[in-house]
Design a protein around this ligand. Structure first.
Ligand code: TXA
Ligand code: MG
Length: 374
């Protein structure tokens, strides 16, 4: 990087000590956002999963801005978001946009891509496919594959249309931190570094998309669990996706994307309990010395759990429920917001119950809890 870039960058950053504005996604706001994107700037964009930090996927300047703003290492590749397909055939659409090379794909791979995109796009499924060399290496961290998803959120769709370009968009949080699920969360994370966040309300799903790779032979690997479950992928294609290769265990995100051991984490220490609070018999109070208040996330009603945890710990307890009725979709939707709330509360040490199920959406919730507590 030459001196010039650095100078203009530092000017850019000094000009941005103000806080970003949150705009309702009307025509004027969408035009303003599209204009920023055309200038290779970045914009906070709502999606059905979490808020993204969007930039032109084909611009190295925009991609650099994304990495810098998030303080994200460039070895962790980005997901490229595309507008609804108007070509009538998804593979043709992806190739025409300069994203993938279809001649690398065998028949099985083509069939699986068609089945999965028919069923789950637009929506919270990201596909990792052989990339077209036109996609900048910076977007894919030099990998021969590219991650693509077609979001269903109406504001994301409108923005993709208005900007008329594929948008690289990682979650709009500082690297390793809790993903944002509201416009205000984006401001809290990156507010002084960006200009504009489009307000699309609270994210419906609340956990990042499922990431599934499909190789040229059609072999599928589930790289990151999400709302589209392994069971649903199996039902759709007739084949179960493989788990990521354990020997490629993530030292870097490149090996097991989104799969760094510590991720999605609050600033305070979070401990993942091995059983529901009501079943705990005894707690080691020595480890709580000097602490006044504990935070606790539970998967059912708060009252009983809160009382029990107070007795077990001998401390004050701030207890938040992810779903009073124990509904796991609701728990997923609330997970990051409640984690954030405890992080900002006066609790000094945080605990969470384990997810009552490791199946379906429980797989994704358990994955995020493990990483957040690592
Ligand atoms: O729901 C979502 O996917 C959100 C919203 C904004 O769309 N985005 C998101 O992006 O979660 P991010 O950057 O936080 O996570 C993207 C994950 C990364 O961990 C990355 O390693 C993985 O996808 N990924 C990207 N490109 C890949 C590739 N070529 N091969 C394997 N994994 C890849
Ligand atoms: Mg992220």
């Amino acid at each position: 990087m030459n001196g010039k870039v650095k100078i203009s960058d530092s000017l850019m950053y000094t000009a941005r000590i103000m806080t970003a504005k949150i705009m309702k996604p009307n025509a004027k706001a969408l035009q303003e956002a599209a204009e920023l994107l055309r200038k290779n700037d970045v914009v906070g964009m709502p999606t059905e999963t979490v808020y993204g930090l969007a930039g032109n996927a084909f611009s190295e300047d925009a991609l650099l801005r994304i990495y810098k703003t998030k303080e994200r290492p460039t070895f962790d590749p980005l997901i490229i978001h595309i507008a609804p397909d108007e070509s009538g055939d998804i593979l043709t659409g992806l190739e025409t946009q300069g994203l993938i090379l279809t001649d690398k794909l065998g028949n099985t791979a083509r069939e699986r891509i068609r089945q999965l995109t028919d069923r789950f796009w637009p929506g919270p499924l990201t596909l990792v496919l052989p990339k077209d060399p036109k996609v900048p290496d910076l977007a894919t961290s030099g990998l021969p594959t590219v991650a693509i998803r077609m979001p269903s959120h109406p504001v994301a769709r409108s923005l993709l249309k208005a900007a008329n370009m594929p948008l690289a968009a990682p979650s709009a949080n500082r690297f390793g931190r809790i993903s944002p699920t509201s416009a205000q969360d984006v401001i809290d994370e990156l507010g002084t570094l960006i200009e504009l966040v489009l307000d699309g309300g609270s994210c419906e799903i609340g956990l990042e998309s499922t990431v599934l790779s499909i190789d040229p032979e059609g072999n599928m690997t589930l790289l990151r669990p999400g709302y589209v479950t392994a069971e649903a992928i199996t039902e759709c294609t007739g084949v179960s996706p493989a788990a990521p290769n354990a020997s490629a265990a993530p030292k870097t995100a490149q090996n097991a994307p989104g799969m760094l051991a510590s991720h999605y984490a609050p600033a305070k220490k979070l401990i993942l309990l091995s059983e529901p609070v009501t079943q705990i018999v005894k707690m080691n109070q020595n480890s709580l010395e000097g602490i006044k208040t504990l935070g606790l996330l539970v998967f059912g009603p708060t009252s009983e759990a809160e009382e029990k945890f107070k007795q077990l710990s001998g401390k004050q307890v701030i207890c938040l429920s992810l779903s009073e009725s124990g509904n796991l979709d609701e728990a997923a939707r609330n997970l990051f917001a409640k984690m954030r709330a405890l992080d900002e509360s006066e609790a000094e040490l945080l605990f969470t119950e384990p997810c009552p199920s490791a199946q379906g959406i429980g797989h994704a919730i358990t994955d995020r809890l493990k990483r957040a507590s690592h």
